[in-house]
Design a protein around this ligand. Structure first.
Ligand SMILES: *Cc1c(COP(=O)(O)O)cnc(C)c1O
Length: 371
């Protein structure tokens, strides 16, 4: 089936007894056994599985064209499940420009058990030269947060396959609508469903989707059920509800973002715009090749220092100054402040999550803030 159809139908119909059209929220933590001690309803205990999580995992697996999905209570919990499934002493290659929360997870929680190298993943040669005999995982994030760098997924997959290395891709910025890394050969896709997948800034969640069932995936599933970082039935319900409009929302985000990126690129107060849809983006061709759309996140440098950037984010009226992204409302933030003093993100960088308001209103707001 095509994406729009999957988004609307694949998250329903786990329990058909009541003939409810929409998968109801099942809050029960436990499920009754049959006379012979089995579980005729297919569920045992809510941490292991429940109808709402199953409906969410069904739709996620289908959207990414994968074999199975695991839903988590956050994007970070999803990333954690991959890292925790590696043997102690394994070497990981991860991007230099990586979502800071996951980068800090690697640096602070895994520094003693895993070997980690952060490399510029826009250059496959740099990944090649970072490979060691104990490299088990290449983690990529494309487009990356916050610099919108693009990694050539197929090229990394070819390199990894030759060396028997797992490739996992953080696909949060692209969403399953604009990029399907499993189809390009990755083993695992990760999402922060807090962002586009949920889409309404009202539910925190994460997901992993696998290309095929294998022993590594069994470990991931074990980290989910035994580690217990699971989303609640209500979280799953909200996420499935958000997914129904995901394909249409993504088109709207992209249409608005493209107009705003062009507006910013022409603005005299703007030094540089990072958006993979612009011809000026250094990996525009790769993005065009591996994506069906460029997404709704734009980063840009304003002329001047952090003070100039802070002035702009304080002056906008329609954009809300807040972290996060992927909701229907536009958000804007001075990225270096949230990433902390050690960040390499330029001090004059602003990241904007372009929402679904009318683009004329968004442009007018940015224009007055940039004066
Ligand atoms: C937000 C985000 C995460 C982390 O997800 P949470 O749901 O906040 O835990 C991971 N990767 C990217 C690219 C993100 O934007």
């Amino acid at each position: 089936m095509k994406l729009e159809t999957i988004a609307i139908h694949a998250g329903n119909k786990i329990e058909t007894g009541s003939r409810a059209v929409i998968q109801p929220i099942t809050l029960s933590t436990t499920y009754e056994r049959g006379a012979d001690g089995d579980y005729p309803g297919g569920f045992i205990y809510t941490r292991a599985d429940n109808p709402n999580r199953k409906s969410l995992e069904n739709v996620l697996a289908q959207l990414e064209r994968g074999a199975d999905a695991c839903a988590f209570s956050s994007g970070n919990a999803a990333g954690n499940a991959v890292f925790q499934s590696l043997k102690a002493g394994s070497h990981i290659i991860a991007p230099e420009d990586m979502y800071h929360g996951l980068k800090n997870q690697l640096k602070e929680i895994y520094a003693q058990t895993l070997e980690i190298d952060f490399v510029d993943c826009t250059d496959t040669e740099k990944i090649r030269s970072a490979i060691k005999s104990n490299t088990r995982l290449i983690w990529i994030e494309t487009p990356s947060n916050p610099l919108l760098k693009i990694t050539d997924i197929a090229e990394v997959v070819t390199l990894a396959k030759k060396n028997n290395i797992i490739v996992a891709c953080d696909n949060t910025f692209a969403s399953p609508v604009f990029q399907n890394p499993l189809v390009l050969g990755c083993d695992i896709v990760m999402h922060s469903s807090t962002k586009y997948i949920g889409g309404h800034s009202d539910v925190c969640g994460g997901a992993l989707i696998c290309k095929e069932l294998n022993p590594f995936w069994e470990k991931v599933r074990n980290v989910q059920t035994l580690g217990g970082a699971i989303p609640s039935p209500f979280d799953c319900f909200l996420t499935v509800r958000g997914i129904k409009t995901l394909p249409y929302r993504m088109r709207g985000h992209e249409e608005n973002a493209m107009k705003i990126a062009l507006f910013l690129e022409d603005h005299p107060a703007v030094e540089k715009v990072y958006y993979p849809g612009l011809i000026s983006h250094p990996q525009h061709k790769i993005a065009k090749n591996q994506m069906n759309g460029f997404g709704g996140i734009i980063s840009f440098l304003v002329n001047g220092t952090d003070q100039a950037a802070l002035k702009v984010v304080n002056k906008v009226k329609l954009f809300t100054q807040a972290t996060s992204l992927g909701g229907v409302e536009s958000l804007i933030e001075h990225r270096a402040s949230i990433e902390g003093p050690e960040t390499k993100t330029p001090q004059n960088l602003i990241r904007a999550s372009i929402g679904l308001e009318n683009s004329d209103d968004l442009i007018a707001d940015l224009n007055q803030a940039l004066q």
